[in-house]
Design a protein around this ligand. Sequence first.
Ligand code: TH1
Length: 822
Amino acid sequence: MLMQIQVEEDRIGLSPEILRRAFLDNLFYIQGKPLALATKNDFYIALAYTVRDRMLHCWNSTASTYTARGSRTVCYLSAEFLMGPHLGNNLINLGIYDQMKQAIEGLDLDFEELIAQEEEPGLGNGGLGRLAACYLDSLATLEIPSMGYGIRYEFGIFDQEIRDGWQVEITDKWLRYGNPWELPRPEWAVEIKFGGYTEPFTDDQGRYRVRWIPAWSVKGVPYDTPILGYQVNTANTLRLWKAEAPESFDFEAFNQGNYYRAVQEKVASENLTKVLYPNDEKFEGKQLRLQQQFFFVSCSLQDMFHILERQQLPLEAFPQKFTVQLNDTHPAIAVAELMRLLVDKYLVEWDKAWDITQQTLAYTNHTLLPEALEKWALDLFAGLLPRHLEIIYEINARFLDRVRLKFVGDAERTARMSLIDEQGARYIRMAHLACVGSHAINGVAALHSELLKQTVLKDFYEFFPEKFSNKTNGVTPRRWIALSNPSMTKLITSKIGSGWIKHLDQLRQLESFVGDIEFQRQWRESKRSNKQSLAALVKNRLDITIDPDSLFDVQSKRIHEYKRQHLNALHIVTLYDSIKQNPTLEITPRTFIFGGKAAPGYYMAKLMIKLITAIAEVVNGDPDVRDRIKVVFIPDYNVTNSQPVYPAADLSEQISTAGLEASGTGNMKFAMNGALTIGTLDGANVEIREEVGAENFFLFGLITEEVAALKEQGYNPWDYYHSNDALKAAIDLIASGHFSHGDRDLFKPLVDKLLHHDPFLLLADYASYIECQTKVDQAYRDTQHWTRMSILNAARMGKFSSDRSIRDYCKEIWKVQPIEVL
Ligand code: TH1
């Protein structure tokens, strides 16, 4: 007999009184503590469960609805999901932030402090992982049946400490106090095989087949997290896989009495999902990384087959049931694994299997940087995935035959397009595999998508132009405005209602208030209070006093030479030098704020951090400066620590060398929160400028074509150094040891690289940058005009909602439609 579950008020009620009762109940029954004995973490966990209870109903209704409707599901495969803390976001999406605050404060507890208690799941490096998180929020909000698939790293991106001005990495133990947001689903575990060899055989129907005899295996256990949409009943799933020892190995060892071997196997297996590789845009070619990639891809594809089976659908229905997006090439092995499952396991004919594979997969490219492009050494690959190598050879043979037919006699082109790089040591080119195995290929901003077609994927564009499109990135206004910037949210809503949170284009309605003096005053007041809050955080954490009336000039993102934090540093040194030359110089007081992590093995990026902190030490302590400039490096820049930063910024630094930042997404978060951008024509900056208007954007620097031309003709940074006095003075001051207690060696590698190589063209862009910064300085003095520009920036950012991005993907790539959950 089927029993109807009685849903009690305590589990669904949304009034402060019921929320408070539910919270105390969870504290008692889950944490086992009465109010008097509970720790801050107990309170946080009880609070999280109180919220989760309310989400579970949506989650179950969503699952039932999708099963009943048999709709197509978007599967977003990503090695990274940089979710950030769940609690605040779930409260916003449930629409109970204020009620819960009241409930908790009624118990004399500090609500914000409990929210701050959550250790964020930092399962990503930067933009790519955070984009995946924004996309999950939009998919749920738009009521699209979808699933995020990735890896449950036990240690996410390292925590950063700054000691003596240098970055120090600390292990991220985010699971230390438990994770109330996930549910393990051990009953849906799958087996993943590695290594060994293959052998051909003829099966009993006389078919030629290949058998893979793997050498070892691990078990993949799914951990599910509900992803709730904003003010809808849809709760989709983020399914992250954890590696464990396979049952069979334990069993065997146990029979032999080899208990220790069994334990060892377990430890070795669990290493697979231990740690996130902390490189942003740098391919390392490590075996464990390939294991991770194959592990989560195979787990996810097998999971899809199980769903297909449970719904009693035939194999041919795979592309109707699933559309799989590859977030960069990290999951590109899916091409070979889907083929293997279809051909070897489910005995589908090659051509049919290939159709299914191509119809199912789509690939997003996120970078043109050569050092990021994944290519696996062939012997490493063969050792781990011998059967997949054979399948890739077969795909390649068939593909290159088609290339030869289309471009007769063009052997060079064939070699360039091959899935195997054979110029010297042999490698598998994962981007090529992704292109050949997908029906759609996209870049992440208009400029980037054009450059893709003209450079790294040129041959592929010429071969199948119809596969290519652009999908400009976006970010979710729920986390990045409603949650992070309550004061601005309140102000906007008081003018135009709250529809903009779901339909960001509605912010355009703010344009009619841009000349309203009272609205301008309120806008400034909101910005000022956000700056005040950030100043308090900085005082608290770093004991540095910053002036909320100074211009907050912010560059926060991963530290990378192409992002040019050191160009920003050169500007600071130039300003500092001119103050030293002319102590009464009148400049707009500025606070330079930096934040970002360097990859642990990226020496030059770490030296850039040291340079910034060294400049901060001297500038902040020099009495001649008289607080006209201050420099702050905010340690441990992550989702949590970024949330107070965007709302407090006046100026957003987006100063990468043109052509190198595929899109950028921080640029969008700043502008949405009313910061003006100083930037190059790079990535999504181009489109942001188009939207907000050229007159509301500080543009400088060479454009992509000029960068290419300059490099072509032989760029010599030395010439720029000698022909610009201010530039020479700034570089000389760094080289002289002025910021390093007289040590002339410390920054030598950085200075020498700029003077003799300068691959990112800092010296070429310096003059234009400084001139533009002077305009910023002037513009900020006209408070009214600045406010106007700030309002217009926020008002015109509708395009950069991830809701728009997801709608584009749904319409043009995934061909899926919303399904309402009642
Ligand atoms: C970033 C891009 O650098 C950035 O411009 C873009 O906005 C973001 O992706 C989202 O599209 C990338 N992050 C990574 C990380 C790895 C490899 C390649 C890229 S590209 C590990």
